[in-house]
Design a protein around this ligand. Structure first.
Ligand code: RVP
Length: 489
């Protein structure tokens, strides 16, 4: 009976979105979403908390494009905190390790420092005290014959400084008003750094970036389901979202502990993964700020094979989204996204955002070098439940599968739920997201949805057969020039 009465469940390839009458042009489409209080993303995309996907470099690239990266936890707490801080300080305008010079140095010395360090201006100091500033332009007249001229005789001693904590806008105005290129930053009269106009202007390169209220990049960080210390330390370090990272977040001990974590952090709390309406209800009752859906859809995941457990992803998204609808808690569809069309279908089924592992592991900014196999470029990608990840130097991931604290010497004690592999290299995060978001916008145009909420409401699906899938992909020809948004392995 149980078997006969089981519901059908579906995933991305089982459906297509149907075109609707539409006045929406892709260029007018808004892909903004909110993931909890004050967390505004300009594109509905998160990067996976995996050790071959998200560390600071990738998280910075994600935030520059308007998404957010979740720093993985398969590293010591100290290193994870450092990665969070790197993202938060990525656009800190103040260069902290300033190269300085003393007033008794000579033009020759100043010239050598400027050449070696590739900088064009040096604060002149005595201890922490700032006495002046010397630029390339100041030393130029002395370079030919008066190289032994002392810095104190030619420096600008009337230095325009700014206090620590000055905003980018204020600093720019001060620099323009005083016609200077660089501003030493002082705290209680002591030099702590320097700000250059060039760095301020570089910030405007990313108009779509996802930022916090202070203008710094948004960043999320993963912690284990019972790791209160880590959650609190990441919160302190400035993470905007703490993501409880667990293969089965409907384990009731995990659900209960969620409340303890929630009570001890200021950051928004995302919890996952789940795949049912019941799990969503239990977690929502604990006060979580976002839910993450996906049991087994991941490209390197073997949970459905090893444990025989999971829910095909489109059904899981739709069940959780329906259960979360009244609360307004956002839903993140995690795993199984291969093409931009899958992102559109996930949102059409009710998700607010998607989380990507495979697609972003293929980027330049993901950890690890490009490897070449059979003349093609790849990047390594492995499951956090793979043998490699669970037995790595720091096994912060094993408890994701409730398998923490085992002897590293004895691999046979683990039951992996993921594999280790490689994905064809696809370029920068910016290039990958350009295609992905471009495809999503095309879809929203077809569906007549001007924003994410409209897409969730307006999307209609048709079920398709295996012949429908065959017809959907390119067929009856040989691909002679691969498309950046339709890769073949
Ligand atoms: P994908 O984008 O399809 O590669 O899936 C990424 C997701 O897979 C992750 O965000 C995570 O939820 C899940 N994952 C990570 N490791 C494993 C595993 O070892 N089974 N699964």
């Amino acid at each position: 009976k149980k078997v006969q009465e089981a519901r059908m469940s579906y995933t991305f390839d089982d459906f297509l979105l149907t075109p609707n009458a539409s006045y929406v042009e892709p260029k007018d489409i808004d892909t903004k979403i909110e993931l909890g209080k004050g967390i505004k993303l300009n594109i509905p995309v998160l990067s996976a908390a995996m050790d071959t996907v998200t560390e600071a470099d990738l998280a910075i690239a994600m935030a520059q494009q308007g998404g957010v990266g979740v720093i993985h936890r398969n590293i010591t707490l100290e290193r994870q905190v450092e990665e969070v801080k790197k993202v938060k300080n990525a656009e800190d305008l103040t260069i902290r390790d300033v190269v300085t010079i003393s007033q008794d140095s000579t033009v020759a010395e100043a010239e050598a420092i400027m050449r070696d360090e590739l900088i064009s201006g040096l604060p002149v100091v005595e201890g922490d005290e700032i006495l002046g500033i010397i630029s390339k332009r100041d030393i130029r007249p002395f370079l030919k014959s008066e190289m032994s001229t002392k810095i104190k005789d030619i420096m600008t001693s009337d230095v325009v400084t700014v206090d620590e904590g000055v905003s980018a806008e204020e600093a720019l105005n001060i620099a323009y008003d005083n016609k200077v290129e660089r501003l030493p930053v002082v705290r209680d009269g002591k030099l702590v750094g320097i700000i250059t106009i060039k760095d301020i202007l570089n910030r405007s390169q990313y108009p779509n970036a996802a930022r916090d209220k202070d203008g710094n990049f948004l960043v999320a960080a993963a912690c284990g389901p019972f790791d209160l210390d880590r959650a609190m330390a990441l919160d302190q370090a400035g993470a905007d979202i703490i993501s409880i990272d667990c293969a089965h977040a409907h384990n009731m001990n995990v659900v209960k502990f969620t409340e303890t974590i929630k009570d001890n952090i200021d950051a928004e709390l995302c919890v996952g993964n789940i795949a049912t309406a019941e799990a969503a209800e239990d977690l929502i009752s604990m006060g979580v700020d976002a839910l993450k859906v996906g049991i087994g859809p991941g490209s390197m995941c073997t949970t459905r094979i090893v444990a025989g457990v999971g829910v095909p992803q489109l059904t899981a998204i739709s069940d959780v989204a329906d259960a979360a609808a009244d609360s307004g808690i956002p839903v993140i569809a995690d795993g199984g996204i291969r093409y931009s069309g899958d992102v559109a279908k996930a949102i059409g089924a009710g998700a607010d955002a998607v989380m990507l592992g495979n697609l972003l592991a293929a980027s330049l900014e993901a950890p690890g070098d490009i490897v070449i196999m059979h003349g093609k470029q790849y990047k390594k990608y492995r499951g956090m439940g793979s043998m490699g990840a669970m037995t790595s130097e720091y096994d912060g991931g094993a408890d994701r599968y409730f398998q923490g604290q085992k002897s590293k010497m004895n691999h046979t004690k683990y039951v992996p739920e993921g594999i280790e592999g490689a994905v064809p290299y696809k370029g920068t995060v910016a290039e990958i997201l350009f295609q992905l978001v471009g495809g999503l916008k095309s879809s929203m145009g077809y569906c007549g949805a001007k924003d994410i909420k409209a897409m969730q409401e307006k999307a209609n699906f048709v079920r398709i057969t295996s012949s429908g899938i065959k017809e959907s992909h390119p067929h009856d020809l040989l691909i002679t020039n691969e498309s950046p948004n339709y890769p073949t392995l």
